[in-house]
Write a protein that binds this ligand. Structure first.
Ligand code: NDP
Length: 287
């Protein structure tokens, strides 16, 4: 292996320490304990695990956490009423709606997400926070791309003037990732499923971020020697093994640095979520 391995646990620990210190400082100065509410509708087994992990992480960091479990038969108006109730609560500073929703509610997903007050939107999905990010105000930023950028910064990888290529243009990863890199003076290209000659573009990248949801899609011949490769993808193979969007075994021989899957950027997502809860608490307390 030639590439430097960027292990998520190392950077996640640093981010959690920072969030813990910030939560303690807020409590000492104002008496406010940051509060995060997670709404889970139905009994999707993977969601139950994610929610339990978030709850445990909150406890470790001194953040109050409340899990609101709603039946899979919850109606649209009941869920909207629950969100509104949390919007009004003074002890809750962050609200997270665990996805996916049960089939009957899926069509209204955006309406539920946008019903969360932008001031408590710890996922950073609300159009107000998307707008803030696009004008260079990083307030509540989507957790996965923010985890990637913090990892790059903590790893000491120079961003200013670098050529960054992002493969994937989703609202939750690709687009906010582009904004974050642009704000750090990288020259950014976003690729997607209609991009022509994709490998010609990816081979120009000093920093290559892949978030498409296709197992082992990015191969060594698509990477410039020495590039930093960040793999956001999470894909389960038929044999249940988890892999990313990058063909790790071949790309690690060409790249200068690379994140593994599992054990890469996915580990930073919860840490950023908790930092967002502290950020929201600090801002709400000032009002
Ligand atoms: P989406 O499905 O929303 O978006 C996928 C993007 O990839 C689209 O922009 C699509 O292009 C593009 N794409 C698909 N196929 C190709 C191709 N052959 N060539 C170039 N571009 C392509 O995915 P997400 O952004 O939500 O997630 C991407 C991956 O990241 C998934 O594996 C997901 O599981 C993972 N993920 C991991 C997280 C974590 O670590 N915590 C959090 C969020 C996501 P187009 O727009 O043209 O259709």
């Amino acid at each position: 292996m030639t590439a430097r391995l960027l292990e998520g646990k190392v950077f996640a620990a640093q981010l959690k320490e920072q969030a813990k210190a910030d939560a303690l400082q807020l409590k000492a100065k104002t008496g406010v304990t940051p509060g995060l509410a997670v709404i889970i509708v139905g009994d999707n087994p993977a969601s139950q695990v994610y929610v339990a992990n978030k709850h445990k992480a909150c406890e470790e960091l001194g953040i109050y956490s409340e899990v609101i479990r709603m039946s899979e038969h919850t109606s649209k108006s009941q869920l909207l009423a629950q969100i509104e109730q949390l919007n009004l609560r003074k002890d809750i500073h962050g609200i997270l709606l665990q996805l996916p929703l049960p089939d009957a509610l899926k069509a209204d997903e955006a309406e539920f997400l946008y019903a969360i007050s932008p001031d408590k939107d710890v996922d950073g999905f609300h159009p107000v926070n998307v707008g803030r990010l696009s004008i260079g105000q990083e307030y509540l930023v989507p957790c996965t791309p923010y985890g990637c950028i913090r990892m790059l910064e903590l790893a000491g990888i120079p961003l200013e003037g670098s050529r960054a290529v992002i493969v994937g243009r989703s609202n939750i990863v690709g687009k906010p990732m582009a904004q974050l890199l642009l704000a750090r003076n990288a020259t950014v290209t976003i690729c997607h499923s209609r991009t022509k000659n994709l490998s010609e573009v990816t081979k120009e990248a000093d920093i290559l971020i892949v978030a498409i949801g296709k197992a082992k899609f990015l191969t060594a011949d698509m990477v410039k020697p020495g590039a930093v490769v960040i793999d956001v993808g999470i894909n389960r193979l038929p044999d249940r093994k988890l892999v990313g969007d990058v063909d790790f075994e071949t790309v690690k021989e060409v790249a200068g640095a690379i994140t593994p899957v599992p054990g890469g950027v996915g580990l930073l997502t919860i840490a950023v979520l908790l930092q967002n809860a502290v950020t929201a608490a600090r801002a709400l307390q000032k009002r």
